[in-house]
Every structure is written in structure tokens, then in C-alpha cells.
Design a protein around this ligand. Sequence first.
Ligand code: BG6
Length: 511
Amino acid sequence: MAIVPVVNRESEYEQPGKAAGPCVMVLFGAGGDLTKRKLVPALFNLVKAKLLRDDFAILGVSVDDLSLDQFRDQVTGFLRAEDRETEAWKWFTQRLYYERGDFADVNLYSALGKQLGDLDRERHTAGNYLFYLATAPKFFASIVQQLGAAGLCNQENGRWRRVVIEKPFGHDLESAKALNREINSVLSENQIYRIDHYLGKETVQNIMVFRFDNAIFEPIWNRRYIDHVQITNAETVGVERRGGYFDNAGTLRDMVPNHMMQLLSLTAMESPVFFQADAVRNEQAKVLHAVQPLDSEEVLHFSVRGQYGQGMLDAESVPGYRTEPAVSPESRTETFVALKLNIDNWRWAGVPFYLRTGKRLAKRHTEITIQFKRTPFELFRNAPFHKLHTNTLVIQIQPVEGISLSFGAKIPGPVLRVGSVDMSFEYSRYFGADAYTGYEVLLYDCMMGDATLFQRADMVEAGWSVVDPVLDVWKALPPRRFPNYSAGTWGPKDAEELMERDQRQWRKIEA
Ligand code: BG6
């Protein structure tokens, strides 16, 4: 059953948007992968949407020895062919500047100070700077310290200075706290924008709209009606060129304290009193603090880890994790995680949240499943055909973006038969294909000073608090049977058993 659009797309969804104020975006890691894949395409989309003003500039920083023209050519190479040589491209490339330097070198920061002063004069950027750290995490604290020492973080006379920090933010609770302490010694919390690109996804932002802008779901969004919640993030990719990073991190650190916890907190949080950064983040932090930390015994029962071996994906043979580039042939790093978590509050007591995420799984698919309880009494249990069903609400995050609700229906015919049907909404049918990378809204919000979609220190630490006990037990008890799932499957058998022990199963995702 499909819902027919009732609004005129052109007139009702056009969003004028106010252009961000004057500023220079200082991009550390200007030649890196993130800049190439996400940041440049996103900035260019903001240019096309006219959300950047004339008094805007980008100052790229990296160790590469490039002239300004070479840097502009490099950035042009990060754009799609059809975007090059256009009016928007001309506008964009004229605003690109470059500073070569070593992030650890104090001289870089005095050179930056000078260039920024020049840009303020030439480009009228008003002394507002957005420092974006698209670098390896080992540079985060030292770049912030050096910016502080060079006086570049001082906000005076109405100027703003903000710092965007990419993930991973720490590698456990202790290191995340230490990093927070270091950057908080230079910056106030409202100058720090800790990015989690999941919050840039339309469907993730829509969880809040769905829950809090509709009257019919919230009354049933609790332990009285919901049996359990499943959050699945399945990737078909392996570690690609990131073996060096990934083999030290593993899926638990890479995905759970950040992306999976964002999905969990938006699904489980209470309604904020305002749609404003701290009100929203207070509620997210509150529910993350309510996630019951697992004790050592519970880690053994409620957590599953896996590593992929060789297998078949899309009819092609793909190598096992241990033979991926830059991965140790004896690696014990997990590429799959499943967890059962409980939330200690009135709304969710007794409602388990099952999380699973992994690489080289059968299908790329991210979703949140809200599994409702059965009816208290089965009126149609004696019907000749009665497919047992429960109402399921599925929020699909990617690659298909949408929401569907399944419910029981009478199958037409003279004999009473009951089956299960779906009512579904797909983003692309209403709003067309999404041309955005997800970083547009995040970059725009930093420039506008809206931190709603960014993580506060307490949220990051709460995410790590959930993961830390699992890391400890896993470290003490190395896995014995890795690899334990074949590439192209849905992960190790233990993940199925985690559900079966509770007489439940993961929702079947069609391959
Ligand atoms: C990144 C992880 O943060 O998120 C990657 O480091 C992962 O390992 C990626 O592949 C998943 O993002 P998305 O948007 O493709 O689901």
C-alpha cells in the first residue's frame, strides 16, 4: 500500500534558506580522502544552493607542496566533470586559498594568522574562522593547542572561531575524556563541533520529525506497546584502503559509540522542550546515560564479535579480512558486532535494543526496526490460514530511505485468511533523488552556529561508556574462532543465537 503525495513538490518543498555569514573555512587535511569524497562536493552543493555569501573563502592546509593554481586544480579534480568550468565553479575556485605546512610546526600557525588577516581584508570575511580538522586523529589535540597559542581561537568584537573535529574521537573512554580535556582547555564547548556524519543523513534527522511532529506514534513508543528494537547497519564493503586504521580500531570502536549510539539515542530519547542544540542534546545525553553498562558476565552473553573470511558477494569471490592490505594475517580485529542493550528508564524498562553492524555482509542496508507486541488476544487464531505477524515499523536509513509499517489484513476470498501487508513511504518518491552528501547540512550549520547535529563532550563520553566494558572483556579474552563468518552472509551464527535465546530473530532483509 503506497501513500500518494498530497503536496506539490515545487511549491511546498522549495527551501529558500539564508546564506551563511562571512567566514573563512580553514581546511586541515585539504588533500585527504574526506576532503575529496565529501567536503568539496558538499561545499560545492552549498555554492549551487546559494547558501554561501560572496564574503566566504576556503583556506586549504596540507603538507603537499602545491602552488595556489595547483591547489585549485586539485580541488577542481574533486568535483564531478559536469560541475567543472561552470559559473558556480568559477565562483568557488576564486575563493580557494592554500597554505603548505606541517601540522606540528609552530611556523604554520603564524603563517595562517597572516593569511587569515589578508583574507579578512581582501575577502571581507570579518575575522570569522571555521577550522575543520579533516586529519588523522593524532593531530586533533595538537592543532587545537597550536591554534590557541597563535591566538586564532579568541572570539572578540563579535567574531566567532569554531573548530570541527572528525571521528574517531578517542579510542576508549579514557582517551576520549583526555581529548575533551585538552581541547576544552583552549576552546569553550560552544566553539567545538564534533561531527558524526550519520547526523547529516536526512533519514536520521527525520527520526525526530517522525516521532515528535506526529501525534499518533509517541503514545505507543514505549514498553507497553513495543517488544524490542533492532538497529542494523550492514555494509558490503570491506576495509578497502583503510586496513592500517581499521586493524587497530575494529568495528566496535569504529561504529558503535558514534553512529549506532546516534541512532539509538534518537530512537529512544524523550521529546526535547525546544528544537534547539542544547535542549536536543540534553535528551540524547540523558538516554545514553541510561543505557545499562554491561558487566563482564553480560558481555559474554550479550555481545557477539565476528571477522569475515573469504566469501562470495554479488557472485564474485572476495578475500577474507586477514588478507586485506595493511591487515595482519593473524589479526583478531572484529569486523562485525552484535549487542543486546537495555535502557534503564520508565519508557524502556524491559525492552531490549539489539544492535548489529558489520562489514562484508550480504547487503548494504541500515535500518531501525520497532517491533510491536502481539495483540493481547488472538481472535483469528483458528482461521484456516493465519500468518502470525506483529506490527513492525521499519525506518530505513540507507540505501533505500523510507518508513514502512506492517499490519495484518484479510486476504480477499470467501475463506477467512489473514496475512501481513505493508504501508510504506519512500523518500525518493516524494522528494526525488537526494543529490546531497550529508555534509552540506553539517557544514552549513557550523557556519550558522547551530550545534544541534553535533556531539557534545558528554554524549561522546556516554557512547564510550557503553562500549568500554565490552572492549575490556574482549581484550582479556581474545577470540578463538576468527574468521567466523564468510563474506556475503549476515554475520556469525552467534548473532542469530543472541536473538534465538530470547525467542526472537533479526528482521529478514531481502538480499
Ligand atoms: C565511518 C566508518 O565512520 O562510517 C566506516 O569509519 C564506515 O568504517 C562508514 O564504513 C559508514 O558510513 P556510511 O555513511 O557509508 O554508512
